[in-house]
Write a protein that binds this ligand. Structure first.
Ligand SMILES: Nc1ncnc2c1ncn2[C@@H]1O[C@H](COP(=O)(O)OP(=O)(O)OP(=O)(O)O)[C@@H](O)[C@H]1O
Length: 490
């Protein structure tokens, strides 16, 4: 549909676009990204024929844009410019009607029913009917943006060129604009080329992206490949972190403050309180966590970590609500709390510290193994009752871990726990085979995300070795305390 081949151009003697090539398919939403002054608007102006190319060619439907008459090109291509460029005193409806200019013939323009329908449709689609008679100058930035979008749509173009279309829109209107564009793209085979500063909007709605810097193509690909941390750093000179959207297969880019990330002293940050009812670790700063806890499982940022003792017969329909209520009664805000439960005696908790040159670990383990299970034989069981037997393991780290290291830390800690269970010959009481855990074990990895970058936490990495050592010895001791209390160890 659009073919840009080896295009260069600029203002006066200054080359602003340098040998740019890309194609946009019919029915595609194509995004152009790049820092201020990288040439995005100039490329868009070249596509609409407003700005000449000095080298290379631009074709629409196989025909060079230079060969189109102005009105014919205007029927194919509509432009939504940056709205701060525009100021005039028409009403909203008059402004939208300007979109039909290309369809007017002769010196005395005739307004036909098709023109009126196109204007009404555009006004409805952009949700500005209530503003139809308002003077444009009295509208807010976002309202004006929708009016100019309506004007572009009234043109009934095949190609819509949008220069920062979400610039003045609130979140609701940003999403509703691109949801509508998505719909028109599918329904009417509209082709959209849009400039974005918001990388996440581009990632969510564009099938492909063009990343420009200093007028050159840096990357041209699907969002997953264009939105790479290193590539973005080279272009924007800003640290950006790539994550995956929780329920759409696109990347999410998060900003990170540029201030330093000096290593925190985890031992002065954490305060531990232990009673028969609860163990509470309170951190003076939020820690990034990955856990399988009852409250705030998955990833969270939390300041409180609680392990509450409950009776062996604890059996409640909604343990999460009950535990939240409990936390509130003891003055802890559940929003910032990773909370677990156990029937194990909290007096038998084991605390371990490992201090190394690059990072330190603080590990807390409580263990009760009456619910021991051999995972390889668990399919033979018929009981599915939730009983809080449980080995609960907490690992606090003063390092900076990527998500992958959190996952590896969980694997390493689990292996260390299993090894401690085997060390104590704990059997699954049903199958009489060696247990691998209990039916309700929980695990927490909590990290300051400051200090050294700890890229890996597998078993033979420095972090993995420390986790293996601390979790094994803490779990081993906690199991032995439990066995002693139960009278099966002297
Ligand atoms: N009319 C003009 N005359 C001279 N130079 C211009 C003109 N318009 C733009 N430029 C220059 O061309 C370069 C590219 O500008 P362009 O507007 O295409 O960048 P952009 O990527 O759209 O930037 P932004 O993100 O700030 O909107 C800039 O260095 C700019 O100063």
């Amino acid at each position: 549909m659009i073919k840009v081949e080896n295009v260069s151009g600029g203002y006066h003697q200054k080359k602003v676009i340098d040998n740019v090539s890309f194609e946009v398919k019919k029915g595609e939403i194509f995004g152009i990204l790049g820092p201020n002054g990288s040439g995005k608007t100039t490329v868009l102006k070249m596509l609409s024929g407003q700005f000449p190319v000095s080298k290379g060619s631009i074709c629409i439907n196989g025909r060079s844009i230079q060969d189109y008459k102005i009105k014919d090109l205007a029927k194919k291509v509509a432009v939504l410019p940056q709205i701060n460029e525009i100021s005039f005193s028409y009403t909203v409806k008059e402004t939208v009607k300007l979109g039909r200019y290309a369809y007017q013939k002769g010196i005395f323009p005739s307004w036909k029913i098709e023109d009126e329908n196109a204007v009404q449709n555009a006004i409805q689609l952009t949700n500005i009917s209530h503003l139809a008679d308002c003077p444009l100058d009295l509208l807010s930035g976002g309202e004006k943006q929708r009016v100019f979008l309506a004007r572009a749509l009234a043109q009934e173009p095949e190609i819509l060129l949008l220069d920062e279309p979400t610039n003045h829109l609130d979140i609701q209107h940003q999403i509703s604009l691109f949801d509508s564009l998505n719909h028109w793209v599918k329904e009417k085979q509209l082709t959209v080329v849009a400039i974005f500063h918001d990388l996440n909007m581009a990632s969510l709605y564009c099938s492909r992206l063009l990343l420009l810097n200093e007028g050159k193509v840096i990357s041209l690909d699907e969002p997953q490949n264009v939105l790479q941390e290193e590539q973005l750093y080279n272009v924007y000179h800003t640290k950006l972190i790539k994550r995956q959207h929780p329920n759409v297969p696109t990347p999410l880019i998060t900003l990170s403050p540029s201030k330093g990330v000096e290593r925190d002293d985890i031992f002065s940050m954490l305060k531990t309180k232990q009673s028969r009812e609860t163990i509470i670790v309170e951190s003076s700063k939020p820690l990034k966590t990955l856990s399988s806890a009852v409250i705030n499982s998955g990833f969270s940022w939390s300041k409180f970590f609680t392990n509450r003792h409950v009776d062996m017969n604890y059996n409640i329909d909604d343990p999460e609500s009950e535990l939240k209520d409990y936390l509130t009664t003891i003055g802890i805000d559940p929003t910032y709390t990773v909370a677990m439960m156990t029937a194990a005696r909290l007096e038998d908790a084991v605390f371990k510290i490992i201090e190394l040159a690059q990072f330190s670990l603080y590990v807390v383990v409580t263990a009760g193994v009456s619910n021991a299970v051999d995972v390889s034989k668990a399919y033979l069981r018929t009981d599915f009752v939730y009983t809080p037997g449980t080995i609960n393991t907490w690992i606090f780290i003063d390092g900076n871990l990527p998500d992958s290291a959190f996952v590896q830390a969980m694997m390493t800690a689990t292996e260390a726990k299993v090894r401690a269970i085997h060390e104590n010959n704990i059997l699954d009481p049903e199958t009489k085979t060696m247990a691998t855990g209990t039916s309700t074990d929980s695990l927490l990895i909590a990290s300051t995300q400051t200090g050294y970058f700890l890229e890996y936490a597998g078993t033979i990495t420095p972090l993995g070795r420390a986790i293996g050592q601390a979790v094994f010895s803490a779990t081993n001791e906690a199991i032995q305390k439990y066995l002693r209390r139960m009278g099966s160890l002297s």
